[in-house]
Write a protein of this length. Structure first.
Length: 349
């Protein structure tokens, strides 16, 4: 088939490879002599790379794939994913210790102090139970209350990230009105996704006019689905990468975050089911075998999961690439993404 070529006047900005025609022919000579097919020889050169004039090596597609696999292996051998749960438990211990010190410092010895200390000692032993109980606990220490609010805000951000980008700054002190609007937004979103699942074409513009501030940069329902699917996939992939015991522990903690509003939790569960029906989630929730010992917070763990999934996607795209022009398409796709890890951007360019 004929190929279209575009020519332009030389202005110094064009990227010209260091290899000249003779060097390229030399690199392809064995393949040309064996088969006499120039296009097949060029494709193999694209896959395998070649030596450059300075004695180094111009990497081929296989070299890029190998570098990508090494980067992924490095991440898996660096981090201990279970430490994200340990970080939450440690923060809860610090909150209890700070509250205990506040009671002993600010409440005079006697029946009142003993009552408060007993209430603190009677908190549930498991992290999920403690999170649920502390949401209604009358803190004596302002510092302990602040630490708990910060922990709740951080965990709620990770839980709500797929659903509402623009409301995260208000999660620390959710008011009844905030919760009502969140439920209303999720009902509208669930209604729109059910209509799409039934073969209809929802009015995305009306949804955007009402709730667009929560999804900055999203211009269509397909973009919204892609964004939410990737972010939900990161959480599910993290879950699948934990041991069964750790997974149950994290699920219990996440369910305790919205103990004040069961209706909101029900809408979120329905939204997850709707996304499962509309999106191919299997590739997005792949488990990873972490073997390292470096500790992570939950926020850092989600960042690592995002990097790993971006690496997986880039690997799939590289394996589909057949010609150099396919790499340009991949680079343009990466440049258009709102969130790309530095490692991914460096490898792609």
């Amino acid at each position: 088939m004929a190929r279209l070529s575009r020519y332009s006047r030389w202005d110094g900005t064009q990227a010209v490879p260091d290899l000249d025609a003779d060097e390229l022919l030399s690199a392809m000579s064995d393949d040309l002599l064996a088969e006499g097919d120039l296009m097949n020889a060029l494709r193999r050169l694209f896959q395998r790379g070649a030596r450059d004039p300075q004695g180094g090596r111009m990497p081929g597609l296989q070299d890029l794939l190998k570098r990508l696999q090494q980067q992924r292996k490095q991440r898996l051998e660096q981090y201990d994913l279970g430490s994200a749960l340990d970080d939450i438990k440690q923060k809860l211990r610090e909150i209890r210790d700070t509250e205990r010190a506040g009671i002993e410092r600010d409440v005079p010895p006697g029946a009142k102090q003993e009552e408060k200390l007993n209430a603190l000692d009677q908190l549930p032993p498991d992290p999920a139970g403690q999170i649920r109980a502390l949401q209604n606990y009358p803190f004596t220490s302002a510092e302990a209350k602040q630490k708990f609010d910060e922990l709740m805000k951080s965990l709620q951000e990770q839980m709500l990230k797929p659903f509402m980008q623009g409301m995260q700054q208000g999660l620390q002190n959710l008011t009844p009105e905030d919760l009502r609007r969140m439920r209303e937004m999720m009902r509208d979103l669930n209604r729109m996704l059910r209509e799409r699942a039934e073969g209809g074409e929802p009015d995305f513009q009306a949804f955007k006019d009402k709730w667009g501030q929560n999804f900055p940069g999203v211009e269509s329902l397909d973009q919204l689905l892609e964004q939410m699917g990737k972010q939900m996939g990161q959480m599910q992939s993290l879950m699948q990468s934990l041991t069964p015991g750790q997974r149950q522990e994290l699920q219990d903690m996440m369910q305790s975050l919205f103990a004040r509003d069961e209706r909101l939790e029900a809408e979120m569960a329905q939204l997850a089911m709707n996304l499962e029906e509309l999106l191919p989630m299997d590739a997005l929730r792949r488990p990873y075998d972490f073997k390292g010992d470096e500790n992570l917070s939950m926020q850092e763990a989600m960042r690592v999961m995002e990097e790993l999934q971006q690496m997986d996607q880039l690997e799939r795209e590289l394996r589909r690439a057949k010609e150099p022009g396919d790499l340009d398409d991949i680079k343009r796709e990466i440049a258009s993404r709102r969130s790309v890890s530095p490692v991914l951007a460096h490898m792609a360019y």
